[in-house]
Design a protein around this ligand. Structure first.
Ligand code: TEU
Length: 540
């Protein structure tokens, strides 16, 4: 089939629509804004644009609380705008990935309102349970955002399950009618031409049928109300969840086949240990998703504390454990985690982008990462995130900081809009840190490095070659990609622990023939070239 493999070496770029580009100056980004920026994304070298949720929503959890799967939220536009966006993207050769949020709906969804009333057709659409004894929840399950995962409904005189905010009731996937409804949603968007789905919060889809209490986790520091306090053996990664994913995969594969067009793909969003994460790729007996996010650069690295060998370990443990024939992927940021410069140090943004783009498989970039945007400042009073409702935990838990508006240029509100108050404040540093200031091709800015690497990755046959990675010192990591006597070598020194000095490294004899050598904060006495000097970018 044509283009069957379009995604396998692709760059997926996450657009956070509310913060991307506000075309009608109402303080919220919108689809017209995304359409406006498609040529920019194309010229950056992106292959697929992932839109965080754009469906109708009361926006309690930034659109991850959907009240109608068949409508676009009016702050973003309407279904015609979305169709136009897909059409324009496809004209440019860009794919569209949609956030698909099946685990829960908004409590404002008609299904939930009817279910709460006890309407026979919707009665079992959600997970309802009686109180254990008067007033107390059915069991000890905890919400990801903290506190009991159960909320009492006065109307129905029962508790309902919500593994995220209480405004996000969990759907009951044991009910065949719910499974049918979600398949309909998938088909609706496949028919519109959506190329890929990022399936949200997948590991939470099914829960224990007996509703048993979960045991205390091994985390000694977890407080009793925090999600980490329990070991989620009865709410995460159930066998039924994997079976349902197989059904969705079959649906999507059959759809692609009957259409005879490029394959449509499924990506799962799961934070877990290596073993549980990789289960989502499937097994010989059970088909899984095309790929499941590799979040280990996010979860397993700590500024100033991690060493080069920690990075190397993330790469080779993932590569070695990956089931045969599967496509690898790398993520360094998203809307749930502090931005790369904030989390891993401003000095390391180029190094991590280079690593991301030179590793095999799929690279996932969060909007702004291509030019090193960092977290914004959001005062508690302006916070929006349901994961951080009280002042005491706001700084620790809020995800608002990584969601502030995109810094396009140094004009009003960083070019996000024409001056209306944005839903989250624009970061104060936008005059210095913005995309426009990095567009000059003669200067090797964060953005120019990103764009060059995106091109190199697209044009260079070595991208299909072997991958080796090792730490040559505490702070220097070397990545080597090779095929047919050609090599790409990246030597990247972590700029942390206050150590800024360039380090001389011996690059083992691996570039007898043709090599492109990229050095980041590494001394160049070895004279094989350096990205610091664009003329030496490509060496024979
Ligand atoms: O996140 C799912 C998820 O696993 C979260 O626990 C995530 O680890 C947490 O947000 C980190 O702070 C998805 C979305 O990405 C997130 O934005 C939503 O809030 C959540 O689902 C509920 O839909």
């Amino acid at each position: 089939t044509p283009n069957e493999n379009w995604w396998k070496n692709g760059i997926i770029y996450q657009v956070y629509p509310r913060s991307f580009k506000d075309s009608n100056n109402d303080g919220n980004g919108d689809l017209a804004g995304v359409i406006d920026k498609l040529p920019y994304l194309k010229s950056t070298g992106v292959d697929c644009v992932w839109l965080s949720p754009i469906m109708k929503s009361p926006q309690v959890d930034a659109g991850y609380d959907i009240s109608d799967y068949y409508a676009i939220d009016k702050m973003y536009g309407n279904m015609n705008d979305f169709k136009e966006l897909i059409g324009k993207a496809h004209e440019l050769g860009l794919k569209i990935m949609l956030d698909f949020v099946p685990n829960h709906t908004s409590d404002q969804h008609r299904w939930f309102k009817e279910s709460e009333k006890g309407n026979a057709k919707f009665k079992d659409f959600y997970v309802w349970r009686n109180a254990k004894k008067k007033g107390s929840p059915p069991n000890n399950w905890l919400s990801v955002f903290g506190g009991s995962a159960w909320q009492w409904s006065k109307k129905r005189k029962q508790f309902y399950l919500h593994q995220f905010a209480k405004e996000q009731p969990d759907l009951n996937f044991r009910n065949p009618a719910v499974r049918d409804e979600m398949k309909k949603v998938l088909v609706y968007y496949l028919d519109l031409g959506v190329d890929a789905f990022r399936i949200d919060a997948v590991k939470f889809l099914f829960e224990d049928e007996q509703f048993r209490d979960e045991p205390r986790s091994s985390d000694p520091n977890a407080t009793p109300a925090s999600h980490a306090y329990l070991d989620h053996i009865y709410t995460n990664n159930l066998p039924e969840t994997f079976a349902l994913l197989s059904e969705w995969r079959q649906l999507v594969d059959e759809y692609s086949e009957t259409q005879g067009g490029p394959s449509r793909i499924l990506v799962s969003e799961v934070y877990d240990d290596l073993y549980n994460t990789l289960q989502y790729y499937g097994t010989p007996e059970r088909i899984g998703v095309h790929f499941t996010f590799n979040f280990f650069f996010i979860t397993n690295l700590k500024q100033d504390i991690s060493r080069a060998h920690d990075i190397a370990r993330i790469v080779y443990t993932w590569q070695n454990a990956l089931p045969a024939g599967k496509v690898t992927n790398w993520v360094i940021g998203n809307h749930d985690n502090h931005r790369v410069p904030t989390r891993l140090g401003a000095k390391n943004i180029d190094g991590f982008n280079m690593l991301l783009l030179l590793l095999p498989g799929v690279a996932v970039t969060y909007n702004g990462e291509e030019f090193g945007q960092d977290d914004g400042d959001v005062p508690f009073e302006q916070g929006k995130d349901p994961a951080a409702k009280d002042r005491a935990t706001f700084n620790l838990l809020s995800r608002d900081f990584e969601r502030t508006p995109m810094q396009w240029d140094d004009s009003t509100n960083a070019g996000f809009n024409e001056g209306a108050k944005p839903w989250l404040p624009v970061s104060q540093n936008y005059k210095e840190l913005n995309l426009a200031s990095q567009l000059n091709e003669k200067k090797l800015s964060h953005y120019q490095i990103y764009r060059r690497l995106a091109r190199l990755r697209r044009d260079e046959p070595v991208r299909n070659g072997t991958t080796d990675v090792w730490a040559v010192s505490d702070d220097v990591i070397i990545l080597k990609r090779s095929a047919g006597g050609r090599h790409i070598i990246l030597a990247f020194k972590l700029g942390w622990n206050g150590n800024d000095e360039k380090e001389e490294v011996y690059i083992p004899s691996m570039c007898e023939k043709e090599a492109i050598v990229l050095l980041k904060s590494v001394g160049s006495s070895y004279k094989i070239g350096s990205i610091i000097n664009p003329q030496n970018f490509l060496l024979n």
